[in-house]
Design a protein around this ligand. Structure first.
Ligand SMILES: Cc1ncc(COP(=O)(O)O)c(C=O)c1O
Length: 370
């Protein structure tokens, strides 16, 4: 790939693609946002780098922390910066261990995550993943990392179980696990869209209780031994502040609800008559289309057929970038998408779907999928 403009990216042959995944759920403001470029350029001119250790944090980073805390749903929160989602996840685990250690319970270390979830690729965040490919070569998960059911009603419902009963069963299972280890959630990880990924920056929002435990731990000079050199980089902070301003000005949540509904409706219409679309699900502009061998029974395709990979290859040929997750076709376009791009996305999806269906119907073509 060579460059991007709005919701499109271009490859080295000059071919244009509609980027229906915002990279990797990243570029919420598209690939060429001038205000973000200007914010980065201005901050590079002001402060090319400074760190956040020993009370020397750049003022722009403090401003970002204050803004994140102001808009976060956690009362009297604090912000801790890192540079990636994995680091933010890992930081939350370490903070929870420190929290319990400061309260005289150093043995309280269990972590619960969901089957099939993705949380990152460092040792701790990979231990939280509910995906064997993130763990099998590395002797993971670490001890004390527990997993509970994936909230997948399409495949997880028991015979005759309603969607409400399924939800109740999963909530009860999670509650049972939480009670068995005595946990209460009070931290949030932020990454990717915080800067529209124009700069690698992530953050953890932590509750007052966690912050107080940290202060208690630090009071005798026993510093919390954790932090990253580039955490809270001033350029990342300046870009993120500008991104937050833009989200606010464009009323991003209302826009996403509207465009998300339009995309979902478009994908639904494009799937009419399809024999392989099992379910279209999601929230806002984060949507998955699950392809199955038999929508009546929800039976999946044989993995060897690699239908998701085949769809990906065909979509690329059509100038559309999606994300295949097994046979689930992921959409998470830049949040700035307008009606034109959403309609083009649905149309290219429909074209690709029809081509994939005919490839599946011709087995020798299907097996060559990439
Ligand atoms: C939910 C979630 N957590 C953590 C991560 C890891 O983030 P990073 O790749 O920035 O380390 C990702 C990345 O896709 C993610 O989607």
């Amino acid at each position: 790939m060579t460059h991007g403009a709005g919701c499109y990216v271009f490859d080295s042959q000059g071919k244009r693609y509609l980027e229906a995944m915002a990279g990797l759920w990243c570029t919420s403001l598209g690939f060429s946002n001038k205000r973000l470029i200007d914010a980065a350029t201005a901050e590079y001119g002001n402060f090319g780098f400074y760190h956040t250790f020993n009370h020397k944090t750049p003022d722009v980073t403090i401003e970002l922390a204050e803004e994140l805390v102001r808009i976060s749903p956690v009362p009297n929160a604090r912000a801790f910066f890192a540079t990636s989602g994995s680091e933010a996840t890992e930081t939350m685990v370490k903070l929870s261990w420190v929290y319990h250690a400061a309260r005289g319970k150093p043995g309280k270390r269990k972590i619960i995550a969901r089957d099939r979830a993705f949380h990152g690729s460092t040792i701790v965040s990979a231990s939280m993943c509910g995906l064997s490919r993130m763990q099998r070569e590395f002797g993971l998960p670490l001890p004390g990392f527990l997993h509970t059911l994936c909230p997948d009603a399409y495949h997880g419902r028991l015979e005759g179980e309603t969607e409400d009963a399924f939800t109740d069963r999963l909530a009860a299972e999670l509650e049972r696990l939480i009670l068995s280890v005595g946990m209460k959630p009070d931290m949030m990880a932020l990454a990717k869209g915080i800067s529209s990924s124009y700069f690698p920056i992530s953050a953890v929002i932590l509750s007052e209780a966690v912050h107080e435990a940290l202060a208690e731990f630090n009071k005798d000079g026993e510093l919390f031994g954790h932090g990253f050199t580039n955490s809270g980089h001033p350029v990342g902070a300046a870009v993120s502040l500008e991104a937050l301003r833009i989200y606010h000005e464009m009323d991003v949540v209302a826009h996403v609800r509207k465009m998300g509904q339009r995309l979902r409706d478009g994908l639904q219409s494009a799937s009419v008559g399809s024999r392989i679309v099992g379910q279209i699900r999601g929230a806002g502009l984060m949507i998955g289309v699950e392809l199955v061998a038999d929508p009546a029974t929800h039976a999946p395709f044989p993995p060897a057929l690699r239908v998701g990979a085949m769809f990906d290859e065909q979509a690329m040929a059509n100038g559309l970038i999606i994300r295949p997750m097994g046979d689930i076709i992921g959409f998470s376009p830049p949040l700035i998408v307008g009606e034109y791009e959403v309609d083009e996305m649905a149309a290219l999806f429909g074209k690709t779907l029809a081509e994939v269906e005919s490839r599946i119907a011709t087995p020798h073509t299907a097996s060559s999928a990439g």
